[in-house]
Design a protein around this ligand. Structure first.
Ligand code: DPX
Ligand code: MG
Length: 582
């Protein structure tokens, strides 16, 4: 039985020595030491005069590499992708013009539960409370707006204007981010970054987590065991907060103990092994994997583990389990009809519940009855016009256990979700924030953190146009990322939700762009496929190309999209179009 779960690196590096106080620290080198202590090997950056002294200080730490991005939005998303592979990440930008662009990615990290620490340079302390006007500001004397915005997008936002207070402020921000699995924001005045400050103490000051409350945990486990034994047909539904809570192994333990069916939400694809004998597919309402929705509908008790039901994941509010039949396990809270328990880590709860429950496998027995075996796909003729189905037929065997797939918002979600994953293959998407273009910088960040993995990006033409520059950074860092750019001439997902002229985009020579990014020293490969034969040749070349990215532009018809997208788009359009209540 294959119940192994790939263990993603956790953010805490246990082997990093506590820095010796003999060295003189500055605010910037203190920050670098903390980054290195929590397991970061890189930080992403875009330079600007408010952060140059800070960047110099960060460079003094030999265990931390500075990686440059083309703009601050991409810098934020690169860090977001790094955090997915590494557990935490950092990005450093300049005041206002930089940070406000990065805030979009900070919001993404918040929505996706990723501890990204965004650091911004800030005005010299001597220019505050004076009549001085500064560049990169609104042209008023108020420099506080950046921090105020950051407070809404992070779990902790601090402004450092005194070296004496810096260690406490930095520790508070980092500790909050790691504990809450949310982004944090640190603004450092440009004349404070190189100022001397105290040496950092042991890393446990920022990584230590309060244990679950034992009494609350015991009570929740007893109540949950009672809830489950009152149900004949329980099922487990895994959501994306499971990974953020570090509970993937414990979810397998609970599944093994119960023997029931286990489905995942689309945003949690790969968070439970698809090769586990109890895995029954992706639950996405109308567009679930074959047989999965039927099992959820048939069940009389859903154990929701870290689930997020929004309009997209519930297909326009059509697929939300009935609360009366739901046991909800969140980061720090367990709820069931009439009962709610707090101060419990999801991981501790799953492990304790696994030890308490007895087998309840009715949903698995039923699933075996209704399961639909997938039919082998027939390859297209090599010179026939390329289709979506043929692209994904050819991508499927590329997905090995060391592969991470990043699926962009668009039809790539549906095509990616439908791919069957071998043990330890990972799947990344940004289904809560849903910023098109995320997958290009996120793949760059991910590959920096996990160079041993095969990173494959599935991205649409419209999305690619937002963040294309970061392919140049993949080239610069010689990362063998493979990008499948699905060129369907526009915003097809929007076409299916609600069409109009605004869904048409300017076509680009996407493969040709790679040559432009290469200039005279790059080794990126840009290829075009408009038939199955050409795609097969391009994939072969991509797999052999190891010292730079390969972009394969796959040209298909505008309406050649997944049938799931059509059904889902129709229902989301209905939800969007509901008239206001009288
Ligand atoms: C938009 C979306 O070409 O993919 O498969 O053709 O749909 P498909 P493309 O990448 O087009 C993406 C497009 C315009 N969403 O269909 S999903 C609205 C949107 C968003 N994020 C931002 N702006 C607009 N999701 C930053
Ligand atoms: Mg498109």
């Amino acid at each position: 039985m294959v119940t192994e779960v790939s263990t993603l690196k956790r953010p805490v590096a246990t082997k990093v020595r506590t820095p010796q106080p003999a060295k003189t620290y500055t605010v910037g080198s203190y920050l670098a030491a903390r980054f290195s202590q929590i397991g970061l090997k890189h930080h992403f950056a875009v330079a600007g005069d408010y952060n140059l002294a800070l960047l110099d200080q960060l460079l003094t730490n030999e265990e931390l590499k500075q990686i440059y991005c083309s703009n601050e939005l991409n810098c934020g998303f690169s860090a977001e992708g790094y955090a997915r592979a590494n557990g935490a990440a950092a990005a450093v930008v300049t005041f206002s013009v930089g940070a406000i662009s990065a805030f979009n990615a900070l919001g993404g990290a918040y929505a996706e539960n990723l501890p990204v620490i965004l650091v911004s340079g800030a005005p010299n302390t001597n220019d505050r409370s004076t009549d001085h006007l500064l560049h990169h500001t609104l042209g008023t004397h108020d420099f506080s707006y950046q921090l105020e915005i950051a407070k809404r997008l992070s779990c902790a936002a601090v402004s450092i204007t005194s070296p004496a207070l810096a260690p406490e402020q930095i520790d508070y921000a980092i500790r909050s981010a790691l504990r809450e699995r949310k982004p944090a924001f640190i603004e450092i005045a440009c004349n404070i970054a190189a100022a001397p400050c105290a040496a950092p103490g042991p890393v446990s000051a920022v990584t230590g987590q309060e244990p679950s409350d034992q009494e609350s945990l015991n009570a929740a486990v007893s109540a949950a065991a009672e809830f489950i034994s009152s149900k004949q047909k329980p099922v487990i539904l895994i959501g994306s907060k499971l990974r953020a809570a570090g509970g993937e192994k414990e979810a397998v333990m609970l599944a093994d103990a119960l023997g029931c069916s286990v489905a995942v939400m689309p945003a949690a694809k790969s968070y439970f092994p698809e090769t586990h004998p109890q895995f029954v597919g992706v639950y996405w309402g109308e567009v679930s994997s074959p047989g999965t929705r039927e099992i959820l509908d048939w069940s009389d008790g859903v154990i929701c583990v870290g689930t997020i039901f929004n309009d997209y994941s519930s297909v326009g509010w059509m697929a939300v389990p009935n609360v009366q039949n739901t046991l909800e396990v969140d980061f720090e809270r367990v709820q069931m009809p009439g009962r709610s328990f707090g101060r419990i880590h999801l991981r501790d709860f799953l492990a304790a519940l696994a030890r308490k429950v007895e087998k309840r496998d009715a949903t698995m027995v039923e699933y075996k009855r209704i399961r639909v075996e997938s039919r082998p796909e027939t390859p297209a003729k090599p010179d026939a016009k390329l289709t979506r189905a043929e692209i994904f037929r050819q991508i499927r065997p590329m997905v090995t256990s060391d592969t991470t797939l990043l699926a962009e918002t668009g039809d790539s979600w549906f095509n990616g979700v439908a791919l069957k994953l071998p043990t330890n293959a990972r799947f990344e998407s940004e289904m809560q924030w849903g910023h098109i273009g995320w997958s290009v910088p996120a793949a760059f960040g991910y590959a920096m953190a996990a160079p041993e993995r095969r990173v494959i990006t599935l991205v649409g033409d419209g999305s690619f146009q937002l963040t294309a520059q970061e392919v140049a950074q993949m080239i610069r860092n010689r990362l063998p990322i493979i990008l499948f750019l699905i060129n369907n001439n526009g915003y097809t997902i929007e076409v299916e939700i609600h069409d109009g002229p605004y869904n048409n985009i300017k076509n680009w020579d996407y493969a040709g762009l790679i040559q432009a990014f290469n200039a005279d020293d790059g080794r990126g490969l840009g290829l075009v496929a408009d038939t199955g034969g050409k795609l097969a040749t391009a994939i072969k070349a991509a797999l052999a190309h190891r010292d730079g990215p390969t972009l394969i532009e796959c040209r298909i018809d505008r309406d050649d999209c997944s049938p799931d997208l059509i059904s889902w788009g129709h229902m989301v359009a209905m939800a969007n179009g509901r008239p206001p209540k009288q």
